[in-house]
Design a protein around this ligand. Structure first.
Ligand SMILES: [Zn+2]
Ligand SMILES: [Zn+2]
Length: 98
């Protein structure tokens, strides 16, 4: 899974580690933010790029995930639109009036 910082768009370094509350340091991107030592799931990840240091939702670091959710949402909207459109069609055609 390729991750990039949502702010500066820099991919995290494989050697970067974040300190957990339990004192253990680990790479958030190895296990989607879950500390294997204490099991705590880190919802936020700080960008370690000098000059960025942005703290953002860990899941926002995976743009394909966000894109997939967006695609899914627009698909769902389309489906409900089509359903509504077919429901609103008047089954009784009044072609023979006149
Ligand atoms: Zn950044
Ligand atoms: Zn921990």
């Amino acid at each position: 899974m390729s991750a990039i910082c949502p702010d500066c768009k820099t991919p995290p370094d494989n050697h970067q580690e974040w300190l957990c509350f339990c004192g253990e340091s680990f790479n958030h991107f190895n296990n989607i933010g879950k500390c294997l030592h204490c099991g705590y799931i880190h919802e936020f990840t700080e960008c370690q790029q000098p000059g960025c240091k942005s703290i953002t939702l860990h899941l926002n670091w995976y743009p394909p995930v966000t894109e997939n959710v967006m695609n899914l949402k627009s698909e769902l909207n389309l489906i409900s639109y089509l359903e509504k459109a077919s429901l609103s069609k008047n089954p009784i055609r009044r072609l023979d009036v006149e």
